[in-house]
Design a protein around this ligand. Structure first.
Ligand code: HAM
Length: 487
């Protein structure tokens, strides 16, 4: 090609040498191929047990959750916070409590090369409390309201909805003790689920302050000692280590005993009881669906007063595990060496939410496929750009970027050259329109627009493309009046 030869004339001696080298490369390439053949086959390393890849076909759920989390957090004035995945192990041992399952059995702990123990964070509340103290955030206007979404690690027994690496979307409000704070957090999480089309029910309880809990624990242990012989082996161990955990036992006999056990709510002072009542009043006001669970105690030591967990509302897909958990932790910051600062928060298990969204889509797909082909409704949305020829490919890349800057997203498959294959991709994506760009259109600075439903084509100048796509977007609503589209 003339342009390339012109450039060749101007190349320096050093680059000439490079060019000569390039010519000699071909015989060497063959040798390389042979070498590749001799590479010893190995067994591909497997994914670790309890870990999960989020592949392209499911990542849309993850990204959807991330976007929903960001939108709702920002609407409630929570700012994003990012803390490290590696933390001093002591941070969680002290915050969550030695006798909790997470610390006792599930932490990934390593020796730090500089001495001491470090761990992969099993949760983020303790990290955020640490960050609050480390950076003197108590000097800023209170409360400090933060949200996060990131990976957590627990060496738990893997099973459905339980992973060793999982993600949590969480919010923490630090610096204010007021029932409205607890209610705002619960309402935020509740509406996060609703935004994703998931109806939940909040299990809620109050476990009072430390003093109330100590009085209650003495009573509970006395009761459990009376029934010790009937308790499961695990619960016998919990009786000395962490008696509250017996409430979470899956053993039927343990559950029967716990039904009759004294309930913490009866050990609350008037102040704690009034606080809790006010939280519930706010929840009634905003229409959060909750049920009182006097046996709910949560598995981490830092909680005080309000504790809650989110479950799928009855009648929805059955799932035994909590989708989210949280509560007030008024003593944690001080316990970690900071000032006396009240706080409250929650964390939602992202994978558990992903599983619900995916199962729901699979169910819809099953129903769709069970219909005769003719009766399957088609929701057409979006625009696809197909190109034919080298010049058109270049122009397509330019147009995609130009439209992106105009805030318009279009589908494409630039790696494919055949127009047939590209139109097939467009059809699979169920787009309403396909833009077709060939050599002729590039020269004329025009573009073809094909209505995928009727097959009718129209040629317009490229300069009118933005206007046309915006108009198409409006027309799309008429084609699919029921389809909800995010702008
Ligand atoms: P958590 O109850 O331990 O609380 O975890 C919150 C949520 O994370 C659970 O409800 C569940 O959806 C998800 N989750 C926990 N473990 C796993 C796992 N192994 N696999 C998949 N998902 C899991 C906390 O972590 C507290 N930091 C919540 C909080 C924030 N409290 C106050 N602020």
């Amino acid at each position: 090609m003339p342009r390339i030869s012109q450039k060749t004339k101007r190349i320096s001696p050093a680059s000439k040498k490079r060019k000569v080298k390039k010519i000699r490369l071909s015989p060497k390439r063959n040798t390389k191929k042979k070498e590749t053949k001799n590479v010893k086959k190995i067994n591909t390393p497997n994914l670790l047990r309890g870990f999960k890849d989020i592949l392209p076909e499911t990542s849309k759920y993850f990204v959807g959750i991330l976007n929903t989390a960001q939108n709702i957090s920002e609407a409630y004035n929570y700012s994003y916070i990012e803390t490290p995945i590696l933390e001093p192990a002591q941070l969680f041992i002290r915050s969550l409590g030695k006798a909790t399952d997470v610390v006792d059995k599930e932490m990934y702990i390593f020796d730090n090369k500089e001495g001491g123990k470090i761990c992969l964070r099993p949760e983020a509340t303790a990290s955020i409390a640490r960050a609050y103290i480390n950076h003197g955030l108590q000097t800023k206007p209170q409360p400090i309201k933060v949200w996060y979404l990131g990976p957590m690690f627990r060496h738990d027994r893997p099973q459905a909805g339980r992973y060793r690496q999982f993600h949590q979307f969480g919010c923490e409000s630090i610096g204010e003790r007021d029932p409205i704070v607890d209610a705002e957090l619960i309402s935020l999480a509740y509406n996060f689920f609703l935004d994703l089309g998931i109806k939940t029910v909040v299990h809620i309880n109050s476990i009072g302050n430390l003093e109330e809990r100590e009085n209650y624990l003495a009573e509970l242990v006395a009761y459990l000692k009376l029934h010790k012989n009937l308790l499961s082996t695990d619960s016998k161990k919990r009786l000395t280590k962490n008696p509250l955990r017996i409430f979470d036992s899956k053993d039927e006999r343990d559950q029967q005993i716990m039904e009759e056990a004294p309930q913490i709510i009866d050990w609350l002072t008037d102040e704690s009881r009034d606080y809790f009542t006010e939280v519930l009043e706010y929840l009634d006001q905003v229409g959060v669906n909750y049920i009182l669970k006097p046996t709910l105690v949560r598995g981490l030591d830092y909680y005080t007063d309000t504790v809650f967990e989110f479950y799928l509302e009855e009648g929805e897909e059955t799932s035994q595990s909590a989708l989210a958990g949280g509560g007030r932790y008024d003593g944690l910051i001080e316990y970690l060496g900071g000032q006396e600062v009240p706080a409250c928060g929650f964390a939602i298990g992202v994978e558990r939410v992903m599983n619900i969204l995916q199962a729901r889509d699979e169910e819809k797909q099953k129903v769709y496929l069970s219909l005769p082909k003719k009766e399957r409704p088609r929701v057409l949305k979006g625009v696809f750009l197909a190109q034919l020829g080298k010049q058109a490919k270049k122009q397509a890349l330019y147009l995609i970027e130009r439209l992106r800057k105009d805030g318009l997203k279009i589908y494409h498959n630039l790696a494919k050259s055949s127009i047939k294959t590209q139109l097939e991709s467009a059809d699979k994506l169920n787009v309403a329109y396909t833009l077709i760009l060939g050599q002729k259109e590039v020269q004329e600075e025009s573009i073809i627009i094909r209505d995928m439903e009727s097959g009718v084509q129209e040629i317009i100048p490229q300069s009118k493309l933005k206007q046309k796509i915006l108009k198409i977007k409006d027309e799309e609503k008429i084609i699919n009046p029921g389809s909800k589209r995010k702008k």
